[in-house]
Ligand binder design. Structure first.
Ligand code: NAD
Length: 281
């Protein structure tokens, strides 16, 4: 039976560490600030934004909510990013995705000053991460790595398979695992014979956005399986992993809910505090 990697408990520990770092900054007269920009009225995005603001308040980070109607133009949004870039009380900036169709997401993400990029989505960070350098790491993959390390999962020289190649999860996850000396395979929607790849994985990260796609027969006995997916199916939350069939085979498994989700928010707070610390140095 797989050991459960409890993201909720680990996230609470991470938040406590962050709260200490915030207190140290406040003692020096700096209150870390995170601007959270939301365009439109997508209900899921509204919930995510509210949760992020709540989490900021809990650790002593000041949040600056910036809410725009769905008809906002790209120019208006870029102008706001420029103002936030120039605002010295704002150390981190986050633009909630997805953005409405009329706005070029990349133009907006690239306008954020790299040193204020709380999500680590700026191409400068993506490039540095791929080079194996220290940089701002996107919150979800950063959280996944922390989960693997805290569970004591061996990484060096091991086979890691990441299912999903998005710019915010799959690709940076693969780059991080490579930086940890794993041998990394990235699978995606066009991969032929997905199971042949996943069965080789000592570390399997499922980030494909397909409910319960990864089943027990696709998993190597003893593997560490991290489930990034989150879906509501028939009123229940499920991940990209079929937990019932994977649990008896895997060595470690992260649950949904209570796995990667809380870690993502905890890493956002950490990225924000680190941005404030760097601004001081
Ligand atoms: P995405 O839709 O941008 O990317 C999905 C990726 O999976 C694509 O690269 C695609 O090629 C691949 N894919 C799709 N079907 C596949 C298949 N049948 N076989 C192999 N690969 C396949 O999604 P994303 O933003 O990377 O998110 C992935 C999942 O993680 C989603 O369920 C999302 O809700 C969840 N997510 C959770 C958190 C969190 O904090 N828990 C954060 C981000 C994303």
């Amino acid at each position: 039976m797989a050991i459960r990697i409890d993201g909720k408990e680990l996230a609470a520990q991470c938040r406590a560490e962050t709260a200490e770092r915030v207190a140290a900054l406040r003692a020096r007269g700096i209150t870390p600030g995170l601007a959270v920009v939301l365009v439109g009225d997508d209900p899921a995005s509204q919930i995510y934004v509210r949760n992020k603001e709540k989490a900021c308040a809990e650790v002593g980070i000041r949040s600056f909510p910036v809410l725009f109607p769905s008809g906002t133009t790209q120019e208006q949004l870029l102008e706001t990013i420029d103002q936030l870039n120039a605002n010295e009380n704002v150390h981190g900036i986050l633009v909630q995705l997805p953005l409405p169709k009329q706005i070029d997401k990349n133009a907006v993400l690239e306008r954020i000053l790299p040193q204020k990029d709380a999500d680590g989505f700026h191409p400068i960070h993506a490039g540095r991460l791929l080079n194996g350098e220290d940089t701002v790491v996107p919150c979800t993959p950063r959280g996944v790595l922390r989960m693997l390390k805290s569970a004591g999962v061996p990484l060096r020289g091991k086979e890691a398979v990441v299912v999903g190649r998005s710019a915010i999860v799959g690709r940076p996850m693969a780059a991080l695992l490579l930086r940890e000396d794993c041998t990394v395979t990235i699978c995606h929607s066009r991969t032929e014979d997905l199971a042949a790849h996943t069965r080789r994985a000592d570390i399997l990260v499922a980030a494909c956005g397909q409910p319960q796609l990864i089943t027990g027969e696709m998993v190597k006995p003893g593997a560490a399986v991290i489930d990034v997916g989150i879906h509501r199916v028939d009123g229940h939350l499920v991940g990209d992993v079929d937990a019932a069939s994977v649990e008896p085979v895997a060595g470690w498994l992260s649950p949904v809910p209570g796995g990667v989700g809380p870690m993502t928010i905890a890493m956002l707070l950490q990225n924000t505090v680190e941005a404030a610390e760097h601004a001081l140095s």
